[in-house]
Each structure stands twice: as structure tokens, then as C-alpha cells.
Design a protein around this ligand. Sequence first.
Ligand code: DX5
Ligand code: ZN
Length: 215
Amino acid sequence: MPIIAPSVLAADFANLQRDVEMLNQSQADWLHIDIMDGVFVPNISFGMPVLASLQRHAQKPLDVHLMIVQPERYLEEFKKLGAEYLTVHQEACTHLHRTLQQIKQLGMKAGVALNPHTPVQVLEDILQDIDLVCLMSVNPGFGGQKFITQTYQKVQKLKAMREDIGAKTLIEIDGGVNMDNAKLLIEAGADVLVAGNFVFSSPNPAQMIAELKAL
Ligand code: DX5
Ligand code: ZN
């Protein structure tokens, strides 16, 4: 069964407690939290005070996706804010291996996100050190974008790399996930599906989560 991680970016920020409680009651496995700095990506989402409030209500693991430059400056802070998985972008980290070690030393699971243009092979030599690879299936920065179909091949390549090495890395897909692509993604090897607009633009978000979970 896939791990389902609804993206809080698509929630109603004026009713965050309501939406988080809906997620608590739903079949969602994790809460996906998008942090954007307006520099690494052309958008700003929300920051630490919002995450602190979210953490007080969330009863599921927080999967924090940092779309920020120099993420190494904030690792400890995100640990304090309750991140279970902390994902940094490969494109934002000059010393990615060091940053991953630091995330793990702080007691979190270490994730690496790849933009659509970044080949999965860039992670070949450190895959055994990565708990989760987040393949971006849209250009990061905004919810509600169209899924990039090249992602299927990236999932297959990453899955083959994982098998070669014998790593246990989870493969997560982020961006444009919906009922048209979710099953194909799972068949290609995806373990975790992030879904923002597909879940929250529905009149019955919990039902959408249940449908993804049942794939
Ligand atoms: C995009 C974010 C995604 C986004 C997904 O930069 O990383 O997590 O919230 O939203 P949807 O599912 O609407 O594409
Ligand atoms: Zn994300």
C-alpha cells in the first residue's frame, strides 16, 4: 500500500486546525509540509511560526520539504519543530553528503529532492545514505501544476538503482499527483505519494485520501 502524504500547502490557511484535524481522522500517513523561501523557488509559502502551530495539532509524522537555499542553516530548528523526514534539494546543497549526515545526527530521516531536470544518477554514490528521494514531478514552487510524465521513467531508474545497491530508500513523488497517474506511479516503483490540490480541491478530501490509499 502506498504511503499517502497530503500537502498542507493546498489546505485553507485560515482554517488550518480544521484541515489538520481532518487529516488526523483520515487515512493519510504523513503530512507533507512545503517550506519555500522565494529564492530557491519563485514563491513563499509559510515558515516556522506556522509550522509550530501545525505541530501542536498534527498527530501524524511531518514530512518537511525544504525548497530553500542553504538549508543546512535550519536543520536543528526543523528538528525542534517536529520534522520526522527532512528533505533538502540536491540543487541547493553543495555538500549534500554532509548535510544528510547532519540531518541524521539530529535524529531525523534524511530526504533529497530532485528537480525535474536533475537525473537520478546524481545520487548513485550516496543512495545508501538517503532515507527518502523526492522526485519532483512539477517544477517546485506552486501547487496545482500539471504532472510531468517523464517522471515514470525516473521512478523506474531510481528503483533499479536502489535494487542494485540494496538500499531501502523510499521513493516519493511530489507534484500533480491525481487518480490518472497514481496507479502508474506505484507500478513504476513509487512508495510515497504527495497530493495537494487533488485532495483539498475536492468537497470530500478524506475520501480522496482513501481512494489513493486503496490503490
Ligand atoms: C510544489 C510542492 C508540492 C505541492 C504539491 O512545489 O512541493 O508539495 O504542494 O501540490 P499538488 O499536488 O497540487 O501539485
Ligand atoms: Zn513538496
